[in-house]
Design a protein around this ligand. Structure first.
Ligand code: NAD
Length: 497
């Protein structure tokens, strides 16, 4: 069975690792590989290599970095099918979805290709007589990225393109469930001309993560995953003096007003709830049906579900693949059981689509879900859509704003005033107006509010550049020869004539 290694110092290596964690093909349930789990010695080797590389990479010219980024962008494009195959084989999502995540990830490489513009500072000439003041951005040093299973390529690209463009060395700790695409990524960075050690892959579990969180040579941590781990990463990393951004879980509401186009809303709800088997942090998991729209909307959504094609991700007819693991599939089933016990009406029952071969589950639609139902309060992260019925816009708004998660949300309406009010009042980080999955383009930034984000900085785009750089302000004087004198007073900017 294939052993899946680390990538340290520009090459694949097993390091000191002997223990492995199984990697499965979710469509068959078969184990396809054994992931080598980093030991503390492997963490040390990875950080040592990255620290040495960071010291020289920070001195590389912007022109040299830009040329690596353009070459890397081209290579990733050329390998789209290879990436999609690797992702589908270990995650289970359908090939077109895997290619889609790569395309969204590449937006961040496009953005990072403009690094020479992004790192420009400010300059104030003659702040005082003969004194100029200017600001510069410098890399933070060694950055670690700890990523979730559900986007094995997009989320690493959110982080590494900008971090490397800014002159940092980047250590990726991918999910244990689908680690292979990260090694192709490493190989392509090398082929693009990136010096060894600037991009590292450290495979592993909590041992690897804890090693990165406490090693004083790691300067910053970008994390994406579930809320309890995000909180742990934020608290542990900041306590160790690091800069940390930690994105957590979600429960994304889609409010549908009575004036919405019913077919548009139903198509959007089905696509956003069940795409990638609901294993997306921006998946719609709750429809908030306002007033008279509820009955026809539930009927329209339910009517579409029997037509969905569920099958292996590598078959072109499949629209939805299996879940990532047997344990996760069983957890989703348990949530459906408990949601039903808590009083939800099971309109479509995905439990009937559960298979023994592979980690498949059908799609579930729950109606009449109350706000205290566990299927509403918790993130399920599977193909389960809950409908909460409310009487008014205000009731729907209060519901959304009282949820602990606040990653994404959307409103479906033809009323511009209602949409304007929604975006103004809703306490959620990313908002869609007739757009169910409002993932910002690469030149904006991604992040939720409340329990969906720990830290101050959103990910990628302008906020990513801020996170991966430290700002410095230089105050500079080049006196004319013979014009200086001793002055023990505190330097002020009062103009000296
Ligand atoms: P997870 O939190 O289980 O794992 C994420 C990473 O943390 C992995 O690399 C894993 O190895 C590591 N990890 C897990 N347990 C750990 C521990 N005890 N100590 C240290 N490290 C640990 O998340 P997941 O199941 O891989 O991904 C799904 C979750 O990610 C969902 O909650 C989803 O909402 C969230 N997510 C959020 C966003 C976002 O942008 N907010 C994006 C994608 C996924």
């Amino acid at each position: 069975m294939e052993q899946i290694p680390h990538w340290i110092d520009g090459r694949r290596t097993a390091g000191e690792s002997t223990q492995t964690s199984p990697v499965y093909n979710p469509a068959t349930g078969e184990q396809t590989g054994g992931l080598l789990l980093a030991t503390p010695a492997d963490v040390d080797a990875a950080v040592t290599s990255a620290s040495a590389a960071a010291a020289t990479w920070r001195a590389s010219s912007l022109a040299a970095r830009t040329s690596v980024l353009f070459a890397f962008r081209e290579l990733v494009h050329q390998h789209t099918d290879d990436f999609a195959a690797l992702i589908t084989a270990e995650h289970g999502k359908v090939l077109s979805d895997a290619a889609g995540e790569l395309a969204r990830g590449l937006e961040n490489v496009d953005f990072a290709c403009g690094v020479s513009n992004l790192l420009k500072g400010d300059f104030s000439e003659q702040a005082s007589t003969g004194v100029d003041v200017y600001s510069i951005r410098q890399p933070v040093g060694v950055v670690a990225g700890i990523t979730p299973f559900n986007f094995p390529m997009m989320v690493p690209l959110w982080m590494c393109a900008n971090a490397i463009a800014c002159g940092n060395a980047f250590i990726l700790k991918p999910s244990e469930k689908d680690p292979s695409a990260s090694l192709l990524l490493a190989q392509l960075w090398k082929e693009a001309g990136l010096p060894d050690g600037v991009f590292t892959v450290l495979q592993g579990d909590k041992v690897a993560v804890d090693g990165l969180l406490t090693d004083p040579r790691v300067d910053a941590i970008s994390f994406v995953g579930s809320t309890p781990i995000a909180q742990y990463i934020y608290e542990t990393g900041t306590k160790a003096g690091k800069r940390v951004q930690a994105l957590g879980g979600a429960k994304n509401h889609m409010m549908v007003l009575p004036d919405a186009d019913l077919d548009v809303a139903a198509d959007a709800a089905v696509s956003a709830a069940y795409g990638s088997a609901g294993e997306r942090c921006m998946a719609i998991s709750v429809v908030v049906a306002v007033g008279s729209v509820a009955d026809p909307l539930v009927e329209a959504i339910g009517r579409r579900l029997p037509d969905l094609k569920i099958g292996p991700g590598n078959e072109s007819t499949s629209e939805m693949g299996p879940l990532v693991s047997a344990a996760h599939r069983d957890k989703v089933v348990d949530y459906i059981d408990r949601g039903e016990k808590d009083g939800a009406t099971v309109v479509v029952d995905g439990r009937e689509g559960r298979t023994d071969e592979g980690f498949f589950l059908g799609v579930t639609l729950l109606d009449n879900v109350q706000p205290d139902n566990i299927a509403y309060t918790d993130e399920i992260f599977g193909p389960v859509l809950a409908v909460v019925r409310v009487d008014t816009f205000d009731e729907g708004m209060a519901l959304i704003n009282s949820h602990k998660f606040a990653n994404g949300t959307a409103i479906f309406t033809r009323d511009g005033g209602a949409a304007r009010r929604f975006q103004f009042e809703v306490e959620v980080g990313m908002v869609g107006v007739n757009v169910p999955i409002p993932v910002p383009v690469g030149y904006y930034s991604f992040g939720g509010w409340k329990a969906s984000l720990f830290g101050d900085t959103h990910m990628y785009g302008p906020e990513g550049i801020n996170f991966y750089t430290r700002r410095k302000v230089v105050t500079s004087r080049w006196p004319d020869p013979g014009s200086s004198s001793v002055d023990l007073g505190f330097p002020t900017n009062a103009d000296k004539k």
